[in-house]
Write a new protein. Structure first.
Length: 93
């Protein structure tokens, strides 16, 4: 569906989305980001998962200098600081 025109693409319901928080232990920005992700995803019923950058070489290679990183449906949404309203809009628009 990624190559499909937005005109023909069905709008996904928030609960059909998937949020991934790429993080590492002991990272205060990661802890802050997780609070925002938990809040927004919890309110919208969006499933989310934390992924430890130290346990996944591909994530480490791609995102080491940007953590925390938030992915929505596998695509990078933001890094370092997570804005609650921007995340909410991305999941509902």
């Amino acid at each position: 569906m990624a190559g499909m025109s937005a005109l023909f693409r069905r709008k996904a319901e928030p609960r059909e989305r998937r949020v991934t928080l790429v993080r590492k232990p002991g990272c205060h920005l990661c802890d802050d980001a997780q609070l925002v992700v938990e809040k927004v995803c919890g309110e919208l019923g969006v499933p989310w998962e934390p992924r430890d950058i130290a346990e996944d070489q591909d994530l480490h290679d791609r995102y080491w200098e940007q953590i925390p990183v938030v992915l929505i449906d596998g695509e990078q949404h933001t890094f370092w600081r997570v804005n609650e309203e921007r995340l909410r809009r991305a999941l509902t628009d």
